[in-house]
Ligand binder design. Structure first.
Ligand SMILES: Cc1ncc(COP(=O)(O)O)c(C=O)c1O
Length: 412
């Protein structure tokens, strides 16, 4: 007989018990735990997707997003879907079959830009970096020199598979010197690291709701400037995706609100509250909070004798990728963290599978308690993997970072 599925009490009677999911501390690459205010916002009474109250809420969210992205761009909204829906939306609206795109791949996630563009039928010129290394601007310049017809260059500011923070300034200058569009994946970064669409001269950007913005998965904020919108308006053929047609979505969000699809009111309520929290905290304060806790976590991990994957100076504050010694089983360690501590962290992707932990401190989860929890758990578990550690060494290294930050703020 087939074993019962989780939550199913009796196959014979076809009855199902109420689900009672375990509490997890989500310190992986996202989703992260949301602020209780966001949970409460999501439990408000449901509304129809054309209800005047919901339509006003869409307008408010678009305004909040403009503040968070730091842009006046009119085409700023959430696509219904996760971060990759935002990626597909931006790319399939800007690219047509036969167009050339230069894709800056830093790893698994920015690597998907090339795959998505290929599926659209674009001609993809791939520029790659080694895991944990930023892109070499000279290689991007060389790709543009070979392909002056390139319509856009796209990469990520925060590569979540390797914990890398990619500097954008030179890449932007090269892209715009060739009059191409500058497109950025900010799925992991928005709300946690400095992103200023207008100052950084980003033409189109997509993000995710479930990471540093501190909402649930299922909404992908996107923003496109006038130049990018002109490119869409001048398309030879309509966008092949009905669902991700950004001008139609803009009409629903910000125009005559014509029906486009059934947006989920409660996800939007949660997003509104998450963005209220971001703006109440203030962007600079929030970036500083993520920087501080990322720094404390890295200090603790290094005190355990572990090394970090990204090149020094390019570490992403919101997600730390730490190399595991050969004696440590990534799979077993993650299982132990989950079962003994209710703590979820990420593992390596692709060629990094089996060798890496990815620890996220994003949004509501970027706090000292969580840094200390994950460090204490690793201190306990690593010796059983043949990696001896001195008790208390990681927490004490993190504490030093916190006390130095306290002293610096007293003297400021
Ligand atoms: C940099 C980056 N881009 C894209 C994605 C895809 O987002 P989602 O899983 O929400 O579709 C992720 C997810 O982790 C990411 O980190």
């Amino acid at each position: 007989m087939t074993p019962p599925r989780p939550g199913q009490t009796s196959l014979a009677q076809g009855t199902f018990s109420e689900l009672n999911p375990p509490y997890r501390l989500l310190l992986g690459p996202g989703p992260c735990n949301v602020d209780p205010r966001v949970l409460r916002a999501a439990s408000a009474p449901q509304l129809g997707h054309l209800d005047p109250f919901l339509l006003d809420t869409l307008g408010a969210i678009a305004d909040q997003l403009r503040q968070v992205f730091q842009t006046q761009d009119e085409l700023t909204l959430c696509v219904s879907g996760s971060g990759f829906a935002g990626a597909e939306a931006v790319l399939c609206n800007l690219l047509e079959e036969g167009d050339t795109l230069i894709a800056g791949s830093l790893g698994f996630f920015s690597g998907k830009i090339a795959e998505i563009a290929q599926r659209i039928g674009a001609h993809v010129i791939l520029v790659e970096s080694e895991p944990g290394q930023p892109l070499d601007p000279q290689q991007v310049a060389a790709a543009f020199a070979r392909h002056p017809e390139a319509k856009l260059f796209a990469t990520a500011i925060a590569e979540t598979s390797t914990g890398l923070l990619q500097p954008l300034e030179e890449l932007e200058q090269i892209t715009h010197a060739h009059e191409a569009l500058f497109v950025v994946d900010a799925v992991s970064g928005l709300g946690g690291i400095p992103i200023n669409i207008e100052q950084m001269k980003i033409d189109a950007c997509y993000a995710g709701s479930q990471k540093c913005l501190g909402a649930f998965p299922g909404l992908a904020p996107v923003t496109l400037n006038g130049r990018a919108v002109e490119v869409i308006k001048r398309r030879r053929k309509p966008v092949q995706s009905y669902y991700l047609d950004l001008l139609a979505l803009q009409r629903y969000w910000n125009g005559d609100h014509a029906y486009h699809h059934t947006a989920c009111s409660n996800l939007l309520f949660a997003m509104h509250e998450a963005l209220r929290i971001v703006l109440e905290e203030g962007l600079e304060t929030r970036w500083q909070r993520h920087r501080l806790h990322g720094q404390a976590l890295r200090a603790g991990l290094q005190a355990l004798g572990l090394t970090l994957l990204p090149r020094p100076g390019y570490e992403l504050p919101v997600l730390t990728a730490v190399n595991l010694p050969p004696s440590v089983s990534e799979n077993q360690l993650r299982q132990q963290l989950l079962t003994a501590y209710g703590l979820e962290v990420g593992g390596g992707l692709g060629s990094l599978k089996g060798h890496l932990l990815r620890i996220g401190l994003m949004g509501y989860n970027a706090c000292r308690k969580n840094v200390e929890t994950v460090l204490a758990a690793l201190e306990q578990l690593l010796p059983s993997h043949g990696w001896p550690v001195q008790a208390g060494v990681a927490l004490s290294a993190a504490a030093t970072v916190y006390s130095q930050a306290d002293q610096a703020s007293e003297h400021a």
